[in-house]
Every structure is written in structure tokens, then in C-alpha cells.
Design a protein. Sequence first.
Length: 247
Amino acid sequence: MIEQGALENPKVEAIFTLHVSTAQELGTLWVKPEFISISSAGFKLVLQGKGGHVSQPHRGVDPITMTGMLITGAQALMHKANEPGQMLVFGFGTVHGGTADNIIPDEVSLSGSIRTATPEGRQKAIEDFRRIVEGVCRTAGGGHRLDVEIQNPSIYNDPGLVELLKAAGARVLGADRVHEFQQIMPGGDDAALFQQKVPGVYWLLGARNEAKGFDQPGHSPYFDFDEDALPLGAAVHAQAVTDFLNR
């Protein structure tokens, strides 16, 4: 959209981005100035061994053993290499390997995610992970193929627009329903790409209603939200845009 000119003709001056959330109470506004989300990277890793029969492990290189060493070691070593107080989310999402209980496979494939507060922290974490993978493979006598995909950068909220949004939210929802996050969110969003180009504010609208059963997290197979939140979010955006234009 950016490449095709969505921010030009007319030139966009400000962006207000809303995300509903069942982690917050229905009709509440949550926001934070400056960085509000993480910088993320996804990885796909193939651990390469030498297949054979389990009765002759000395003739092969077991990538399943390598996988176990990596999963256990990386969880500890990644956080040991991270500066205290700096956010790091690291985890494996998939593991696939093997065809039978008596065969050492040739390879095991894994995927996962690396998330940090800043792009600089993300790059350091990627380098740390590469070093750990290389060390495990060298120790076990195997090889690897690692592909890292740089995903969403951190969302940066313009402090002035944050204050404008909070004032608009107070007028629509009431001041007692406007809140400020004390820490950045561990999730990511491609809204960050727009806000790299144009000043903006990304905020969360509470859509949780336990009485109606709307209390499951996003990306859960049971996720749903209270649609009574939608007119509230629209009203906050309308007020914020009106205040911005009048200013």
C-alpha cells in the first residue's frame, strides 16, 4: 500500500490505528507514547545429520539429539546473552523430523520467533542465535541451514498524538477509562510500517466481557470479542480526527 502511494495525494498527515483486545475491559483505551510494540523476526532452521539405524548410532549423526540440545540450550543461552532489563521473547513454534521409531533421520526442521524492543536488539539476538546453532552443530558433528525473515519493526507512537488521542478518549469514554501501558507489548503489527513514514498513534480498545464469554486471547481458536466495543472505537477515532484537524 505504501509503495502504491496510499500515503500520498492527498498527503497523509497523521495516522490513528485501533486494535481490539480481549485482554482489556470493554470500552477502555490503552496506549503508550514512543515504542509500544516489539521488533520481530521469524526463523526456519534445518538441522542436518546423517541417517541410519538406531542400533548403530556410531555410524550416523542424530539430528534429533541435536534438536534436543538446541531447544534446551538456546532457551537458556539466548536469555543469558540478553542485557538485563531489555525485552527478549524467543521460542520455537514447530519441530518436524523422523519417519519411524527405529530410524535416525537425515534432518529435522524447526521454526520459531525472535522478538525484541528495538531493531538493534533484534539484530543482536539473531546473531546470538546463529552462534548458538553453529555451536550445537559443531559439537554434534552435524550441519545446518538457517533462514531468518525480518518481520515487523517496532511501532513508534508520536507523543503529541498520544496526548491528543487520550484527550479524545476521555471525552468519549470518560477519563477513568483511559490508561497508559507501562511496558511495550510483546506482539507486533505491520502498522509499524505506516508509522515509520507518518506520525501516528496505535492503541488498544478493550473488548473483553466475561459475562458474555468474550475473554479468550487473540490467536486462540475460541477468540471472539464484544462488538459493543466497535461504535466506541469509531467514536474515539472520529473525535481524535476532529480534534487533530481543528488543531
